[in-house]
Design a protein around this ligand. Structure first.
Ligand SMILES: Cc1ncc(COP(=O)(O)O)c(C=O)c1O
Length: 458
């Protein structure tokens, strides 16, 4: 059951369903890469929940009301107050988006040969660490790799593995420990408060700073409320406060849970680190009071942070994702369970068992979802996360097609349409064939690749 949305529609945007013939042509011209399909040619856009939220009347009003200035805009004070009240942090920097906060933090903290553990690093995080000479290490609990495990917190860090890693490499080679909440590359699964506390304890005992990749902190708090003992009567804000009390800092793409189209925040408690990061920020993003954004966008982040932790909104958003997941499951579609926070992840290995990972089954599903119903989705599997080790491709354990839900954008009818299209495709899944890569960039290849189908599409 999905509660009615705690908002009503004030502005709408027309969407277009192109004909199947047009969709075939569009796919071919895009090199079968969803990033190269024009938004006007997409009917239901589930490519990402990042930067795609519908902003509120209050956010839009704030964008006009605030003043625009190189330094000292009112919007900076609004954000300062929001960061203090929502996260409990006094020190923070603004950046244009999440990966810029990663760049500033890692440029300042990582030395060549350092190791940075996490539950699972997301793609930009991983690449930002590698480009500074660091080694990203994923220490997710085993249940996180099992698409059918009903473990309530499949985003937890394996604490035993973390302790072993620290003993092996030495705390001095670990400039920080990270935790991605929720775990986007692992099915949008949450981490428990218990796990956050334990990782915090291990980090403190070894004098290693502990940082969240906090993109979807509000949904993580929602799952703690629903699934962890002792939190059911707490508000999302109270749970968020407690979560952030255990960390020394965070990187944050405001494009997710701050309900804005652009923005990022880097929070920390250490004054020396703050000064060093601030100097780096001024070099690559801009002065601290705007950090690569127009002041109006800073104001939208400030207001969005409060809206993003309202209980009725978070509940409705998570229920929408749940509704989509349950609807697919009811039609027999294999999905990653339990349903994650911001997206439903189809298990492409079980949807298309006849396509081996080197022929990109999750990507084949992305292509066919667009061809079948104009739905844009994203591959999180062998295109995005395969690694070349000693000249050979090593494929990720999870091969997924992500249906990410933009916040406050789609209605139940849109979700029903998606369920129908996926179900139709599932009935003729045997006809879906694999793909081959014809162009790939040396890093982050999933953004710019071009492919060709192994057999012509019709
Ligand atoms: C877990 C996670 N970390 C970092 C990022 C990077 O954020 P941005 O796209 O704002 O640079 C993303 C983006 O999707 C993400 O999902």
């Amino acid at each position: 059951m999905v509660n009615p949305p705690p908002y009503k529609i004030k502005v709408v945007e027309k969407i277009n369903l192109r004909s199947r013939e047009e969709r075939l042509r569009i796919l071919k011209e895009a090199g079968y890469n969803p990033f190269y399909i024009k938004a006007d040619d997409v009917y239901i856009d589930l490519l990402t929940d990042s930067g795609t939220a519908a902003m509120s009347d209050s956010q839009w009003a704030g964008m006009i009301e605030t003043n625009q200035a190189y330094a000292g805009s009112r919007s900076y004070d609004s954000l300062k107050q929001a960061v203090k009240e929502v996260f409990g942090f006094d020190l923070f920097l603004i950046a244009h988006q999440g990966r810029a906060t990663e760049n500033v933090l890692f440029s300042t903290t990582i030395r060549r040969g350092d190791v940075i553990p996490s539950n699972t690093h997301f793609d930009t995080t991983r690449q930002n660490i590698l480009s500074k000479g660091g080694e990203p290490v994923d220490l997710l609990v085993e249940e996180g790799y099992d698409p059918t495990s009903q473990h309530p917190f499949k985003g937890d860090v394996d604490v035993e593995k973390l302790v072993t890693l620290i003993n092996e490499v030495g705390g001095e080679r670990i400039p920080l420990i990270m935790m991605t909440i929720t775990n986007n590359a692992g099915g949008g699964q949450p981490a428990s408060m218990q796990n956050i506390k334990e990782v915090s304890r291990v980090a403190r005992e070894n004098r290693i700073p502990f940082f969240f990749d906090a993109c979807r902190f509000a949904e993580n708090a929602y799952f703690i409320k629903k699934r962890e003992g002792g939190y059911s009567s707490k508000t999302i804000r109270e749970i968020v406060s407690e979560m952030f009390s255990y960390v020394d800092g965070f990187t944050f793409s405001a494009k997710k849970d701050a309900l804005v189209n652009i923005g990022g925040i880097l929070g920390m408690r250490d004054q020396t680190l703050y000064e060093r990061c601030k100097n780096m920020l001024i070099q690559i993003e801009g002065f601290e009071s705007y950090g690569g954004l127009a002041c109006r966008d800073v104001e939208a982040v400030a207001r969005g942070l409060y809206e993003g932790v309202e209980d009725d909104y978070v509940e409705h958003y998570c229920q929408q994702v749940q509704y989509l997941g349950e609807g697919l499951k009811a039609k027999g579609i294999p999905i990653i369970e339990p349903v994650g926070g911001h997206a439903v992840y189809i298990d492409a290995k079980r949807f298309l068992p006849h396509i081996p990972q080197e022929e990109f089954p999750a990507q084949a599903l992305v292509v066919h979802l667009y061809l079948e119903g104009g739905i844009r989705s994203l591959e999180i599997g062998s295109v995005g996360f395969a690694k070349k080790v000693e000249g050979r491709w090593v494929y990720p354990k999870l091969e997924m097609t992500r249906l990410a839900l933009p916040r406050r954008v789609y209605t139940k009818e849109h979700l029903d349409y998606v369920i129908d299209v996926v179900a139709k495709l599932y009935e003729k899944r045997d006809k879906i064939k694999g793909f081959k890569m014809v162009y790939e960039a040396p890093s982050l290849r999933h953004f710019t690749f071009r492919m060709e189908p192994l057999e012509p599409l019709t």
